[in-house]
Design a protein around this ligand. Structure first.
Ligand code: HSE
Length: 338
């Protein structure tokens, strides 16, 4: 299948790395026919782009550095590219915008309208527009993959959607943001909040604007995704109570440690007796027996409560280029083949 890749940051570049690795392992890999970025150019070639040249070009800072060849188009913006591309799969990996989800939501709609399968690493479209995108994908009989949006390649979505089929998920709680968990863990070792945040940024885990991490917005986007895709919700940003970790001091951390407890920024969803979902993001003091208390550093975790199986906890990567690229690859492999 031919792929059109929207956005070419860490995730998109890691996906190219992953394809090159799979090719070297002997797999037949899909063609990347188009790549589009907001400020670093775009490329389209109907018979496929050269992945090694693509990697070389983006490392110079602009796709203009890709070598000239007959049939290559360089001047198409995102929407124009979606309109002309001969591609069966659209991968959306542009930045997450939780205000209105744009331009990613329009890209996703246009790609589905043109009959492409949709795989997104971008949280915005799923957090804000899942019901509409799901309906459109079903009308067009196309696959909608969003494993990458929660816990990167750790299969939080696959397990929730498919492995628990036949049971009800009654509640979900988890650590869905690596940056804040890393900060809280480092503060337990004596670093100040500011030092710990700087270290997380240097490691490349933090969002472009770290407010999204420390004020709980990133966790909130994942709570919306989980509530609306796995628990039948139709929640919006305003429905989720949110508090981040920026007010937590070294003294707060020390006090809890003395009481055998740890601060964790949790996202949680539970079903009230009337069937409504109650969702929140807030720092909580966990006793050391809680499986989520043991999850340290950049690692994420999700605990599902189910009616037939009790509680199940999954711990794993929550961010990182290759871990997220793996989610895209796993979704690609899940597209039903004729
Ligand atoms: N900034 C996010 C984190 C990346 O720290 O977990 C994954 O959404």
């Amino acid at each position: 299948m031919n792929i059109l890749l929207m956005g070419f940051g860490i995730v998109g570049q890691s996906f190219i790395e992953l394809l090159l690795q799979k090719q070297s392992e002997g797999f037949a890999i899909p063609r990347i026919v188009g790549v589009s970025t907001l400020r670093r150019g775009s490329l389209y070639h109907a018979t496929g782009l050269d992945l090694a040249e693509l990697r070389r070009a983006i490392l110079t800072g602009h796709l203009d550095a890709y070598p000239e060849e007959a049939g290559l188009k360089r001047d198409l913006n995102g929407m124009a590219l979606i309109e002309v591309a001969q591609a069966q799969v659209f991968i959306e990996s542009t930045y997450t915008n939780l205000r209105d989800g744009q331009p990613a939501i329009d890209y996703c709609r246009a790609a589905l309208e043109r009959g492409m399968h949709l795989i997104t690493a971008n949280k915005g479209p799923i957090a804000l527009a899942y019901p509409a995108l799901r309906t459109l994908a079903e009308q067009k009989n196309r696959y909608l993959g969003f494993e990458a949006t929660v816990m990167s390649g750790t299969p939080a979505i696959e397990i929730g959607l498919n492995t628990f089929r036949g049971a009800h998920i009654t509640a979900i709680r988890g650590i869905f943001n690596g940056t804040t968990n890393y900060i809280l863990t480092q503060m337990e070792s004596g670093l100040s909040y500011t030092e710990a945040l700087r270290a997380a940024q240097e490691l490349g885990y933090a969002e472009a604007d770290p407010t999204a991490d420390v004020e709980g917005w990133d966790t909130l986007s994942k709570v919306l995704i989980l509530a609306n895709t796995l628990m039948g919700g139709n929640l919006t940003v305003a429905d989720v109570a949110r508090r981040g970790i920026s007010h937590i001091t070294g003294q707060d951390v020390d006090e809890e440690r003395a009481n055998n407890r740890r601060w964790k920024l949790l996202g949680s969803i539970e079903r009230a007796e009337d069937g409504q979902l109650i969702a929140r993001v807030e720092p909580q003091r966990l006793s050391l027996e809680d499986p989520l208390a043991m999850v340290s550093g950049i690692t994420n975790a999700i605990s599902y409560s189910t009616d037939l199986l009790g509680d199940v906890t999954l711990i794993g990567a929550g961010a990182g280029g290759m871990a997220t690229a793996f989610a895209l690859w796993a979704d690609y492999l899940r597209i039903p083949r004729p």
